[in-house]
Design a protein around this ligand. Structure first.
Ligand code: ADP
Length: 167
């Protein structure tokens, strides 16, 4: 059984992420989408909220599992019996950083390869940060976020803008 891991912050999961998830799930027997805890980033959504949102939008894809981890990705992959990391590549911005991470992960775990799926053109400039910026305004988000999470996302953003604490 070929198991792939799609790691990321998913703060929140966007339509660009979901497109990569669907395509990767078509290639592999099982895809584990893993919310990785990155000490350098200050997320808007808690780990649990991010996992819940991904579960909601992938509920119709039977071979997708959603998880979260604080581990080193190379160790996590080894523990899950996976030898492939999936990464999405957007226009320009992702390549240098992703190339470096792929080499480092392969060095730490030589059985681990990184497979890149190029972003679909309509998602090429879409990032979680852009969606969070737009969330503060009254903008139609249906081209950017899966529809199952738009209402929750807007409610959450408005709580934050009213000075509410994160859960
Ligand atoms: P972001 O950079 O938006 O904060 P993440 O860290 O959650 O995103 O990204 C997880 C993975 O998904 C990375 O491999 C990233 O390159 C990829 N990705 C993010 N947005 C898109 C998109 N719009 N299209 C394709 N891949 C994407």
């Amino acid at each position: 059984m070929k198991i792939a891991i799609y790691p990321g912050s998913f703060d929140p999961v966007t339509s660009g992420h979901l497109n990569i998830i669907r395509r990767a799930a078509n290639i592999f027997d099982r895809l584990i989408v893993c919310v990785m805890i990155n000490a350098g980033k200050n997320p808007m959504f808690s780990q649990e909220e991010r996992v819940d949102m991904i579960r909601k939008v992938t509920a119709d894809i039977p071979n997708v599992e959603v998880d979260s981890s604080n581990e080193l990705l190379a160790d996590y992959a080894r523990r899950k019996g996976s030898c492939v990391i999936i990464k999405g590549l957007r226009a320009g911005s992702d390549f240098e950083n992703e190339f470096q991470m792929a080499l480092i992960n392969h060095k730490i775990n030589p059985n681990l390869d990184t497979m890149f799926l190029t972003s679909e053109h309509q998602y090429m400039y879409l990032s979680s940060s852009t969606v969070k910026e737009l969330g503060a305004y009254d903008v139609d988000l249906s081209d950017f976020l899966p529809e199952q999470i738009i209402d929750d996302f807007k409610k959450r953003v408005s709580t934050i803008h009213q000075g509410g604490n994160r859960k």
